[in-house]
Design a protein around this ligand. Sequence first.
Ligand SMILES: C[S@@+](CC[C@H](N)C(=O)[O-])C[C@H]1O[C@@H](n2cnc3c(N)ncnc32)[C@H](O)[C@@H]1O
Length: 290
Amino acid sequence: MNYRHAFHAGNFADVLKHAVLCRVLQHLRSKPAAFRVIDTHGGGGLYDLTGPEASRGAEWRDGIARLRNARLAGEAAALLAPYLDTVASFNAGPVLTRYPGSAAIAQAWLRPQDRLIACELEPSAAASLARALGGDPRCKMLRLDGWMALRAQIPPKERRGVVLIDPPFEQPAEFARLQHGIAIAQRKWASGTVIAWYPIKERAGPDALAKGLATESQRPGSATVLRMELAVGAAPEPARLQRCGLIVLNPPWMLEAELAVMLPALAQAMSVEGSGASAAWQVDWVAREK
Ligand SMILES: C[S@@+](CC[C@H](N)C(=O)[O-])C[C@H]1O[C@@H](n2cnc3c(N)ncnc32)[C@H](O)[C@@H]1O
């Protein structure tokens, strides 16, 4: 395992993933019943943006920093506020020095009745994640294979909640493993929301994933599947990732409409040339209610 998320923390891909995670968490918090967050690939928890890893490529400067400085129109500002406020809560002033990973963001949204399980295999990231969660009795860090945890931890007893599947995509077969993981989640927990992230370096992997999920969704009682993709540049395969996507199973009903407002704002704010000229986004249904 060579992947270190600290190099990428707060980049455009994190912004998309975490902004959508916050929309889902806000929806879950809108009802008093307890929910559970299962983060299969938790990462390091909290990232020092002034440290050597985050500073090396300074990807966060083209991601969260650009979004924070953007002039967002009313509705986009309102929809992104829960995410931006969460990031701000980890920073003492207007200057960003820390960026919360998915588990730290989820922890910030928990109420006394809610729970978080975050898995991380890499030892130093796991230690950092445990420190970030800080002995919070609502949170459990497992140094476990996230793919195995997916089988073991769902369905949770709360029956409401979200699974985030965010693998490092270091293996050639990661798209197939992701599809398999999503299918397991869908079969074991038909009503659960699942958010799965993927990079877009070519179309074959993402398209095969969508096709496989569409086929899986023909089973009776299966989930609705929403797909969204964001490009901040148009270069086909640059050294730095410029395109990524998310699959959301059983999205909150208003998420599609929210994305139609959020995604253009994200594309504009984080486009590589700053003008939004080569940025693009799309939202579509891979499987809809029959
Ligand atoms: C993309 S990062 C996760 C970032 C995090 N979800 C966030 O949004 O802040 C992927 C993480 O998965 C970890 N990892 C890799 N293989 C794993 C596995 N099989 N089970 C659990 N964690 C794994 C890596 O060490 C890395 O920290």
